[in-house]
Design a protein around this ligand. Structure first.
Ligand code: CU
Length: 268
């Protein structure tokens, strides 16, 4: 029985470790400026935790076999624990946990606490059960006022966001169902939510942030490769959560300007 347990524990450990080493279910290719540093931090954390995980499971299997039931076994004796050992592994865990946080926090903070670049593209992203809406401020660079009492989610578009059309700044605001941004330029995202908490997740940009009702959360990222990328909602937000996805299109500056001008002309 002890040997069987050892085999099962080691087998589960090695099989699950294999899928991570072989990267069977992995993140898509990173296409943003911070992807390399985020992936590096991710890999360091993963390797460290992987070593500890494998070592702990191997030891568990070994002890399950070593202390198996034997006819020659003596009665188990009570152990009061070992204070020195407990202090050592608690300290090591604390050093590892705090250390990884300290190393990773500048990467995390760079997308949040540093102000976005002056020439950044501004996009307001609103999560609503169960769609994403994207709003661009238009040529005036100013977002028009939105009012909760004007919100009409069933109408879609700018009416869903409650855009106050009497505000001059709202006249050139563009609301779309697809997010399009120019490549190589920082994108300043203002995240909002209408009803419940959603989470704006663009795996290829290594970008993920909750959208919380009542908050306007600023974050920024710089796409470095043109292409179409999937946007998902990473917060269980209701029955239609599974279909709450969108498309991020990263295009050249020229294409972006044309796309925006097209929407602008449509609106006038
Ligand atoms: Cu959602």
């Amino acid at each position: 029985m002890g040997l069987l347990l050892l085999c099962v524990i080691w087998l589960i450990t090695l099989a699950s470790t294999y899928f991570f080493i072989a990267k069977t279910w992995w993140l898509p290719h990173g296409a943003s400026a911070s992807a390399a540093s985020i992936d590096h931090q991710f890999a360091v954390t993963f390797v460290l935790m992987g070593i500890i995980f494998v070592a702990a499971q191997m030891a568990l299997g070994y002890f399950a076999w070593k202390y198996r039931d034997r006819s020659s076994a003596t009665n188990a004796s009570y152990s009061h624990g070992n204070l020195t050992l407990e202090l050592i592994w608690t300290a090591l865990t604390a050093i590892l946990f705090i250390g990884l946080n300290l190393v990773g926090s500048p990467i995390w903070a760079a997308e949040r606490f540093r102000p976005s670049a002056d020439e950044a593209t501004h996009v307001e992203v609103t999560g609503m059960q169960f769609a994403w809406y994207f709003r661009y401020p238009g040529p005036d660079g100013k977002f028009g006022i939105t009012k909760p009492e004007l919100e009409d989610p069933s109408a879609g578009g700018e009416a869903a966001l409650g855009l106050d059309t009497s505000d001059p700044a709202s006249k050139d605001d563009i609301v779309t169902g697809i997010m399009e941004v120019p490549v190589g330029r920082e994108v300043d995202v203002i995240l909002r939510a209408h009803d419940v908490i959603h989470s704006f997740f663009v795996p290829a940009m290594r970008f993920k942030q909750d959208a919380v009702p009542g908050l306007a959360i600023h974050m920024h990222f710089t796409p470095t490769e043109a292409g179409s990328y999937e946007i998902a909602c990473a917060e269980l937000c209701g029955l239609g959560h599974y279909k709450m996805h969108g498309i991020l299109k990263v295009v050249s500056q020229n294409e972006f300007d044309q796309w925006l001008a097209g929407h602008e002309a449509e609106k006038q």
